[in-house]
Design a protein around this ligand. Structure first.
Ligand SMILES: [Zn+2]
Length: 235
């Protein structure tokens, strides 16, 4: 292969490494991690808010029911109390009624406690729903901001990638297809570097030095390869 082609191959290697780096950068933007976290939290809070709202509805229903029951209990208690105070019944009936009134009073007190508990719980749930909503709004703004930043950064990286791809397309026709295949094979095996220049008797791929005899051997083979790392060696 001509020297010009080897120079192009080295250029191709440079461009490919730039493309590799850009692709790596594209997938490893710090904002991507933050975006993922924000997205997860948004999902969590959406569930938390919906839960609180649902529980609030249930509590409101319980409140309604308990209030209704309390109203009935109060009416019944008043009626029985009046019956008791109006007198005119046997001692045994009066005694029975007194116990009934006591029981109704105790039931009413229990319902009042329950009502109080439900009202407190309702307040807590309202606060929880409100807090989740506020946090959700804040996080959604942050998530959208991150998405915009990522899009901007991707746009810049993609433009850069397009430039490198164009340069690569320019270089490829001037290099032997077989050489490109060998280069790609070595690149895949050796951390993205398939070709290296020999400088001061040192292989630019593995950074090991070659003796004069080894260099001569390398030069004789087509294409020249580093005896240590087997990469294509531009001598
Ligand atoms: Zn080497």
């Amino acid at each position: 292969m001509e020297m010009k082609s080897y120079a192009d191959l080295l250029d191709l290697q440079k461009v490919d490494l730039q493309i590799d780096r850009l692709l790596h950068d594209r997938e490893n933007l710090p904002e991507l991690v933050l975006y993922k976290t924000a997205h997860g939290k948004v999902e969590e809070l959406t569930v938390a808010e919906a839960d609180a709202v649902e529980q609030l509805k249930q509590t409101a229903r319980s409140l309604d029911r308990t209030q209704g029951e309390l109203g009935l209990a109060e009416t019944k208690l008043e009626r029985e109390q009046l019956r008791l105070y109006s007198g005119g019944m046997s001692a045994r009936d009066a005694d029975y009624l007194r116990r009934e009134v006591e029981m109704l009073r105790s039931n009413k007190a229990k319902m009042e406690d329950e009502l109080l508990r439900l009202m407190e719980s309702s307040e807590d749930l309202e606060q929880a729903a409100e807090a989740a909503k506020t946090e959700l709004e804040k996080l959604t703004i942050e998530k959208n901001r991150l998405a915009a930043v990522i899009k901007d950064e991707w746009r810049v990286l993609d433009a850069e990638l397009a430039r490198r791809e164009a340069r690569k397309a320019e270089l490829l026709p001037s290099i032997d297809a077989d050489m490109v295949a060998l280069y790609e094979e070595q690149r895949a095996l050796k951390g993205g570097v398939g070709v290296a220049a020999l400088e001061d008797s040192v292989c630019g791929g593995c950074h090991l030095s070659l003796t004069a005899a080894e260099q001569l051997d390398a030069k004789r083979s087509d294409p020249p390869r580093c005896i240590h790392c087997r990469r294509i060696l531009v001598v």
